[in-house]
Design a protein around this ligand. Structure first.
Ligand SMILES: *[C@@H]1O[C@H](CO)[C@@H](O)[C@H](O)[C@H]1NC(C)=O
Ligand SMILES: *[C@@H]1O[C@H](CO)[C@@H](O)[C@H](O)[C@H]1NC(C)=O
Ligand SMILES: *[C@@H]1O[C@H](CO)[C@@H](O)[C@H](O)[C@H]1NC(C)=O
Ligand SMILES: *[C@@H]1O[C@H](CO)[C@@H](O)[C@H](O)[C@H]1NC(C)=O
Ligand SMILES: *[C@@H]1O[C@H](CO)[C@@H](O)[C@H](O)[C@H]1NC(C)=O
Length: 271
C-alpha cells in the first residue's frame, strides 16, 4: 500500500518533467509548425492567371506557425511585388528584413499591396530563422483574395507541363517533351570566297553541329536553337532553325578571326 503511494508520486513527478519538456519543444515554432508544400505560385514572380487560376486567398488561413516548402525558396519578399503577383490579387510582403538566427522569434511588419498602394494595410507577423529555413507566425488576412508572398524566383511548370522556357507563363500539357540525343561538333573545310580566279573557291574552316533529328509524337517537326561557345564563353545563338537548314548555324572563320586564336575550344549547346 505504502509502496504504491510512492510509486504513484514518482510517476507523477516523472510525467511532470516529461510534459514540461514536451511543452518546451511544442513552444518552439522551429519544431512545431505546419508545413505547406507546393506553394510555388506564392512567388513574387508568379503572375495570377485570372482566366485559369483560383487566386490564393489567406482570409481563411488558420492563425499559426507555417513553414513553406517551395522549389523557389522560403524568403518572404522584402519589396512590394506588383498587384496580381504571388498568385493572388493583393500580395502581402515583408516591409522589413528577414531575421537572423540570433534574433530568435521576431515580430515584423507586413504590408498588403493594392492596385494603387504599396501598403494599403499593415500588421505584424512572427518570423523565426531556424538556421536553414524560416517559419512564419501568420494570421489570416482581412481582405478577400490577398495572400502572403513566399519566394521571388520564376516558377517552373508543374510536372507533365512545359512551356517555351519551362517556366510560367504559358505552361501547357500539349507541349512536347523531347530530348535531342548526342550532339557533336564537327569541323571541315568548306568552299569559301574566290580569292584567285584560276583556282576557284578557297577553302575555309567551318564548325557544324551534328545530331539526329527528333520528331513529336504525331510526327511534327521541331525547330532548334544552337548556342556556340568559344573557350567557355557564349558566343553566337541561332534560334528557330529547321533541321534541314542546320548548316546555316555553322560557325565560320569570319565569326572568330580577330577575336580568337588557335587552340580555342569550341562547344555548343542545343537549347
Ligand atoms: C487558360 O487556359 C486555356 C485553356 O487551357 C488556354 O487556352 C489559355 O491560353 C489560358 N489562358 C492564359 C492566359 O494562359
Ligand atoms: C519539401 O519538398 C520536397 C519535395 O517535394 C521533399 O522531398 C521534402 O521532404 C520536403 N521537406 C519538408 C520539410 O517538408
Ligand atoms: C538565418 O540566419 C543566418 C545567420 O544567423 C543567415 O546566415 C541565414 O541566411 C538566415 N536564413 C536562413 C534561411 O537560414
Ligand atoms: C515600411 O515601414 C517603414 C517603417 O515602419 C515605414 O516608414 C514605411 O512607410 C513602410 N513602407 C511602406 C511602403 O509603407
Ligand atoms: C557545316 O559544317 C560541316 C562540318 O564542318 C560541313 O560538313 C557542312 O558542309 C557545313 N555546312 C555549311 C552550309 O557550311
Amino acid at each position: 500500500m505504502k509502496m504504491d503511494f510512492w510509486r504513484i508520486v514518482f510517476y507523477h513527478i516523472l510525467l511532470f518533467f516529461m510534459s514540461a519538456n514536451a511543452t518546451e519543444d511544442l513552444d518552439d515554432p522551429c519544431i512545431s509548425h505546419l508545413t505547406l508544400p507546393n506553394q510555388e505560385q506564392r512567388s513574387a514572380e508568379y503572375q495570377l492567371d485570372i482566366e485559369n487560376d483560383t487566386a490564393i486567398n489567406d482570409v481563411m488561413l488558420p492563425n499559426g506557425w507555417y513553414r513553406f516548402n517551395t522549389s523557389n525558396g522560403d524568403d518572404m519578399p522584402t519589396e512590394a511585388p506588383n498587384s496580381l503577383k504571388c498568385g493572388t490579387w493583393y500580395p502581402i510582403w515583408l516591409n522589413d528584413t528577414l531575421p537572423l538566427v540570433s534574433d530568435g522569434t521576431s515580430s515584423k511588419q507586413v504590408c498588403m499591396r493594392s492596385f494603387k498602394s504599396d501598403c494599403l494595410e499593415s500588421w505584424n507577423i512572427g518570423i523565426k530563422n531556424c538556421s536553414g529555413f524560416y517559419v512564419y507566425g501568420l494570421i489570416s488576412s482581412t481582405t478577400e483574395n490577398s495572400a502572403y508572398c513566399i519566394g521571388s524566383k520564376l516558377v517552373p511548370c508543374p510536372y507533365g507541363y512545359s512551356s517555351n522556357t519551362g517556366f510560367y507563363p504559358g505552361c501547357t500539357m500539349k507541349f512536347p517533351q523531347k530530348t535531342v540525343g548526342t550532339v557533336e561538333v564537327i569541323v571541315d573545310l568548306v568552299p569559301g570566297p574566290v580569292l584567285f580566279e584560276p583556282y576557284g573557291n578557297s577553302l575555309v574552316t567551318s564548325f557544324g553541329c551534328k545530331f539526329d533529328e527528333v520528331f513529336g509524337d504525331d510526327g511534327v517537326k521541331f525547330v532548334y536553337d544552337v548556342q556556340w561557345s568559344i573557350n567557355g564563353q557564349k558566343f553566337i545563338l541561332h534560334t528557330g532553325k529547321e533541321y534541314s537548314n542546320i548548316g546555316s548555324t555553322n560557325l565560320t572563320e569570319s565569326e572568330w578571326i580577330g577575336k580568337h586564336r588557335l587552340n580555342m575550344v569550341v562547344s555548343l549547346k542545343d537549347v
